[in-house]
Design a protein around this ligand. Structure first.
Ligand code: EPU
Length: 296
């Protein structure tokens, strides 16, 4: 009997992760579980943990670089967790982890909820964006999260208040897979929110490559600096290794021009790190998560 017995209805086998990441790179997952509600998501996670199987949680795959060899153990996808409900207070919106960040931002603007419109265009799932405390234009998602529901290793769903979470630069201290999020947004005229959303989208589109596979900003911004500016000033725009290139539009984006492998991206990343260290004495750290991760 396998460790996922009882969960067979949500199992997919030998799935190419390149199809499930925005980089369009990565080997296979031997076992992919796609739960359709938060309870079965929690049960899947607990079963894998109980069996000692390495687990990777996959949202919309917009901030990961998957090794060409794939990942061991199991990948649990949140893509079936997409419900959204409005609480009785008319202000708190509970949204499940697999909902699209882009769609949620658009929906909230149209419905006259303000707070996250400057995050328009950020790809990925709500769960991933919360775990990474995604941000743009000086705002970050954590500012609008009133609570997070996450899963413990025992399969319990726990609610943690947003105020108790450390919302740091592209990281949080949430210690289990996120199943759902409660957002507290303020009311405003839909037209005003939509205008601000359009401005944010325009700013993003004018500065960042769109329509080419990538995982967004590849490196974290060093304190008080911009990784994109440093890479640009080091003269690296346009440099390629195999199918992976430094975007000519924004130097902190590594793009897949076609046929890039994880090995190409890693080699290019190493060149960038070395050159920026030599030129400016600054150590760049990855923003993109590399799979398999050390702690799985
Ligand atoms: N710059 C250059 N050359 C470049 C890119 C940028 O000189 O190739 C300069 C810009 O002119 C600007 C400065 O660097 O003066 C900062 O650039 P930008 O405004 O594009 O912001 P960023 O710091 O590179 C951050 C986030 C983005 C987010 C934007 C917009 C990080 C690592 N990046 O980029 O987030 O979209 O601000 O708010 O935090 C992501 O997290 O994946 C991401 C793309």
């Amino acid at each position: 009997m396998s460790w996922y017995s009882g969960l067979e209805n949500i199992v997919e086998r030998d799935i190419a992760l390149s199809r499930l990441t925005t980089f369009r790179i990565g080997g296979h997952a031997g076992v992919l579980l796609v739960p359709e509600d938060v309870e079965s998501f929690a049960a899947a996670y607990a079963a894998a943990k109980k069996a000692g199987v390495p687990v990777h949680i996959l949202g919309w795959g917009s901030n990961i670089l998957v090794a060409d060899e794939g990942v061991p153990g199991v990948v649990i996808s949140t893509r079936g967790l997409i419900n959204r409900t409005l609480a009785d207070d008319g202000q708190t919106i509970r949204v499940e982890a697999g909902a699209s960040m882009r769609e949620f931002v658009r929906w909230s603007a149209r419905a006259g909820y303000s707070g996250i419109e400057s995050l328009a265009g950020i790809p990925g799932s709500i769960g991933g964006a919360v775990v990474m405390n995604a941000g743009a234009l000086g705002a970050c998602l954590g500012d609008s999260v009133s609570a997070v529901w996450y899963v413990t290793e025992g399969g319990e769903l726990v609610r943690r208040s947003g105020e108790d979470i450390s919302w740091d630069y592209r990281e949080t201290d949430i210690d289990g897979p996120v199943a759902a999020v409660e957002m507290e947004l303020t009311r405003d005229e839909p037209d005003c929110v939509l205008d601000r959303m359009a401005d944010a989208l325009m700013a993003r589109r004018s500065q960042q490559p769109v329509g080419i596979p990538s995982a967004g900003c590849f490196f974290r911004n060093p304190p008080g600096e911009s990784a994109g500016r440093l890479i640009d000033e080091a003269g690296l725009k346009g440099m390629s290794v195999g199918g992976a290139s430094i975007s000519a539009r924004h130097a902190n984006f590594i793009v897949n021009q076609g046929g890039a492998t994880a090995a190409h991206v890693c080699e290019l990343g190493d060149i960038v790190r070395d050159r920026v260290r030599d030129c400016f004495g600054v150590e760049l750290k990855n923003e993109v998560c590399v799979w398999p991760s050390a702690v799985a």
